[in-house]
Design a protein around this ligand. Structure first.
Ligand code: ADP
Ligand code: MG
Length: 769
């Protein structure tokens, strides 16, 4: 009976599935037939699109009913399986514009876990990937697709397992390539749709190699959607992606401004060494606001955040940058999303795509790299229908160049003045904190150097000029007594300037020059971004567009530069060679004994013949041939041996001396013993003398054992032999001595009434004898 029941149940489920399948098939047929007739002008709500019920309910339940401009324009085209270049202002809903087509395409293809990876979404940062993944989960909640989040900073093995059967993947470029290279479960052969959010960022030089590696691994037959507020139109980029007749969808192209209308933008001119005063004054006067502050590098964020925390402004302070541990990054992101009033200090890791709810102010404490960076940073506020304010703080030197760039990009920004009365100087406070806290001081020093480096690395030399920075004043404003050494600035002056020409692949020489200079000073590690967790983890100042220069391929300096050889770079090696060439002899200290003979000082002179020979030959050589490493090593080994031998001998001599002393002591005691026994014979009634002698320790017992271990040369051997003989003959004495001790104890008991004076008298007597 039971078996029959379950069988019937199974059949019922099977029939239901067939029914659902049939409904879906007819739904898919109905939807796809409407794709050709989508008219964006008639679309008022999402329901007007031919979308599946599952997607529509997902959108509705997530609070999306009326599509935005970009959604209206691009969803229809994407459903027609066209390649799209989508451009729309920040906060205009681009995420939904690509997520809806992703879900619909997989739905109409009747995608199931067995089909593997169907859609790939690439974003430049982990937080953005997480945010998109979250929206995908919400909107696609009624679909049965499996989605995966592949970002750095997580366990690779854990991700590897989860990749299996993953239909939609949201990822950062570095981690994705790592999986492509290392994970056998990563299979992209069935990929239908590739989405690149913040496309211009993902395709710029910072990610160039990684993205090229990814694209190589993707099937050429696929649909590609690119989205950004500052869309790339670079033919090179599009060729790399092999887009097929892409449709350029730019809903705000004819708009008066390229930034959201509800975004109020202003800027102030502020000397670099007053920036922290301005920021402090701003933070303390905006306690009831949600503020996002952008700085150039991780180290600056860390310093400003830490020092402001110490100074207790009364706001809730947070930090977000690539140098943080992944867990802390996620917590900071999450917390800032939830907070109503807070100040978040961040690098450009937070500049792109992040949709922090209700940010009131975006403050750009350091000048952005270019106008696009400005647009994205400022775009963290005034999102969707909300309003917001943006404040740019720039130095007088940056003003002209930057304003020109912003104007060119149709950015409405007005200059405002700071009320000097409301400005509080924090320099003294910082000095006091740094004086007490070494760690904080080091943080300040690092922040100082990275800022200078960032300015130095900036591509736009019309805006950024490192030579115009007053280093001392800047250092003092950070609480530092003196400016830390910025070595690369000095070395830069020594570098030859390259002529204004272009290389075969049309890369401006100025850029290559930067590369040479960069390569000159910065550790290679910085540029070794390769694959892995590096998407946004390196110090953000290096996430400038020059990051990807193939520094090893820097062209050689042209021949006509030969005459400039006079300004040859002086390296430590060449300086050392120069000194060697001069064959200078240093003074040698000599010591003499009383007779005027020179003393040999083993600590100053070479001890072995080999070493002396080597030294002489090196001095005698006319030409400086540098150091013969192999020979020097041999000589060092020899010297080391001689050193050890000398040390051993010193120790032995000291022990010998000690033994002689001990011997002398023992003899003296034996003599005393002898005298005492003869005295005892004379004064047989004087029992106390023997008691004193007995209570003295047995010297053989103490010294004899010590000297045993040192019998390692001939003399010692003979001595120890003698000692052993003596010990054998003395062996009876030991037992007698013991007996004597026993008897003396008895006597001691008997004569408890003997005073200390008596003892002293006896002792004196004994010593005199
Ligand atoms: P963009 O990527 O263009 O900067 P997002 O996709 O992050 O913008 O969207 C910005 C905000 O607008 C998000 O909070 C999102 O939830 C909201 N949003 C997007 N589309 C809609 C819509 N159709 N209806 C309501 N809110 C929307
Ligand atoms: Mg976005």
């Amino acid at each position: 009976m039971e078996g029959q029941k379950t069988g019937k149940k199974k059949i019922k489920i099977y029939k239901q599935r067939i029914k659902v399948g049939q409904i879906e098939t007819s739904e898919i047929a109905r939807l796809t037939s409407q794709y050709e007739n989508i008219d964006t002008t008639t679309i008022k709500t999402f329901k007007d699109f031919p979308l599946s019920k599952k997607t529509l309910s997902g959108l509705n339940e997530s609070g999306y009913s009326v599509p935005t401009e970009i959604q209206k324009e691009s969803i229809g085209l994407a459903l027609k399986r066209l390649d799209i270049l989508g451009a729309a202002k920040t906060g205009s809903g681009k995420t939904i514009a690509f997520l809806v087509p992703v879900l619909e395409i997989l739905f109409t293809e009747r995608w199931n876990p067995m089909d593997g990876l169907g859609a790939l979404i690439i974003t430049p940062t982990r937080e953005l990937a997480y945010q998109i993944f979250d929206t995908l989960r919400n909107v696609g909640r009624h679909h049965g697709f499996s989605a995966g989040l592949i970002i750095g900073g997580k366990d690779l093995k854990f991700e590897q397992k989860r990749l299996q059967g993953c239909n939609v993947m949201v990822c950062t470029p570095g981690r994705l390539l790592q999986h492509m290279n290392e994970n056998p479960l990563m299979d992209t052969t069935n990929l239908q749709i590739l989405v690149i959010d913040e496309a211009d960022r993902c395709l710029d030089l910072g990610f160039q190699k990684t993205m090229n590696g990814i694209i190589e691994n993707l099937p050429p037959k696929r649909q590609t959607l690119l989205f950004s507020a500052t869309q790339t139109k670079s033919v090179k980029d599009l060729a790399r992606l092999s887009l097929k007749d892409p449709v350029y969808v730019s809903v705000h192209e004819n708009a008066k401004y390229s930034t959201p209308e509800a975004l109020k933008q202003s800027y102030i001119i502020c000397e670099l060494h007053h920036k922290l005063d301005v920021l402090w004054s701003f933070v303390t006067t905006h306690k009831k606001s949600k503020v996002l502050v952008f700085l150039t590098s991780c180290k600056q964020v860390r310093f400003v955040y830490s020092i402001f925390c110490r100074m207790r402004p009364g706001n809730s302070l947070m930090q977000l940058h690539g140098g943080m541990h992944q867990l802390k990054r996620m917590t900071a992101y999450d917390e800032y999303c939830r907070k109503e009033h807070a100040v978040l200090f961040a690098t450009d890791v937070a500049a792109r795509g992040l949709d922090f709810p209700a940010v009131d102010w975006v403050v750009q404490l350091d000048c952005p790299e270019d106008a696009n960076a400005y647009i994205h940073r400022a775009g963290r506020t005034a999102r969707y229908t909300q309003s917001g304010e943006s404040l740019l703080i720039i130095t007088p030197e940056e003003e002209e160049g930057m304003m020109k760039r912003l104007e060119d990009k149709k950015i409405p920004i007005s200059k405002i003045e700071v009320n000097p009365k409301k400005l509080t100087s924090v320099q003294r406070k910082l000095e006091a904190i740094l004086a007490k806290d070494v760690e904080m001081k080091q943080m300040a020093q690092r922040a100082f150097v990275t800022y200078i480096k960032s300015v130095y690395l900036m591509k736009d030399k019309e805006v950024f000029d490192v030579n115009k920075i007053d280093l001392e004043a800047f250092a003092r404003s950070m609480g530092l007594a003196v400016a830390p050494r910025v070595r690369f600035l000095k070395r830069k002056e020594l570098l030859p300037r390259l002529p204004a020409a272009t290389t075969p692949d049309d890369q401006p020489i100025a850029e290559l020059e930067d590369a040479i200079q960069t390569n000159f000073e910065l550790p290679k590690k910085t540029f070794d971004f390769g694959v892995g967790d590096t998407d946004d983890e390196i110090d953000d100042i290096m996430v400038v567009k020059r990051r990807n220069h193939d520094l090893m391929d820097v062209p050689e300096i042209p021949l006509d530069m030969e005459k400039k050889k006079k300004n040859k770079i002086i390296t430590k090696e060449s300086a050392a060679k120069k000194i060697l060439k001069k064959n200078l002899k240093t003074n040698v200290k000599m010591t003499f004994d009383e007779e005027g003979n020179a003393k040999f000082d083993a600590t100053r002179h070479k001890m072995t013949d080999a070493a002396r020979e080597y030294e002489e030959s090196a001095l005698a050589a006319d030409t400086p041939g540098g150091i013969n490493i192999e020979k020097a090593r041999q000589v060092l080994l020899e010297e080391d041996k001689a050193d050890k031998q000398m040390f051993k001998e010193k120790i032995k001599a000291r022990h010998r001396e000690q033994r002689l002393k001990d011997k002398e002591e023992r003899r003296r005691i034996a003599r005393a013993k002898k005298n005492e026994s003869s005295e005892a014979e004379e004064e047989s009634d004087d029992i106390y003398t023997s008691e004193i002698i007995d209570s003295l320790p047995d010297p053989d017992k103490i010294y004899g054992r010590n000297s045993e271990s040192e019998s390692d040369n001939e003399e010692d051997v003979s001595q120890s032999k003698k000692r052993n003989k003596r010990r054998a003959s003395d062996s009876d004495d030991v037992s007698i001595g013991q007996q004597k001790t026993k008897s003396s104890k008895k006597l001691k008991k008997k004569n408890e009434d003997i005073s200390l004076v008596n003892y002293e008298e006896l002792a004196l007597k004994f010593l005199e004898s």
